[in-house]
Design a protein around this ligand. Structure first.
Ligand code: HEC
Length: 113
């Protein structure tokens, strides 16, 4: 039977877990929008447990808890525009995947970067 290698390659691409992509997107959003105030993302992620992140960045309400936490705090004023934006609500679930992936009790050891 002839099975082209290129086909095999395309197949393997299709099976890269979607979750990996979401974690990556969340990390990218973090670096762009959160790092200037909070520093390294994996360190921040490891400051909470998975359950706490799931609450703060709830899927159904699009991360409103984390947004309100900032919107209620004058010290976070520079983040208000972002937390009020559609962009944030769209990315909240990616951020959540990233935070949960590296949460304190996730068992994932942060890479050294
Ligand atoms: C303009 C600066 C700023 C930006 C941007 C910002 N934050 Fe914050 N964040 C704060 C401040 C100020 C607080 C209040 C806590 C404090 O006083 O240290 C806070 C609090 C938090 C807390 C709660 C900490 C705790 O101990 O409960 C989390 C979690 C958090 N931010 C995550 C994020 C994430 C994720 C993003 C990106 C989407 C983000 N922040 C963007 C300034 C910022």
């Amino acid at each position: 039977m002839k099975f082209p290698l290129s086909l095999l390659f395309i197949f393997s691409l299709l099976f890269i877990p979607a979750l990996e992509a979401a974690v990556y997107k969340g990390q990218k959003a973090y670096i762009k929008k959160c790092r200037k105030c909070h520093g390294g993302g994996q360190k921040v992620a490891a400051s909470k447990r998975m359950r706490q992140w799931k609450k703060l960045l709830n899927k159904k309400n699009k991360g409103i808890k984390l947004a309100n936490l900032h919107l209620d705090n004058k010290k976070a004023k520079k983040s208000w525009k972002y937390f009020n934006s559609k962009k944030y609500r769209k990315r909240a679930r990616h951020l959540r995947d990233f935070m949960v992936e590296y949460a304190r009790d996730s068992g994932n050891v942060p890479a050294c970067n």
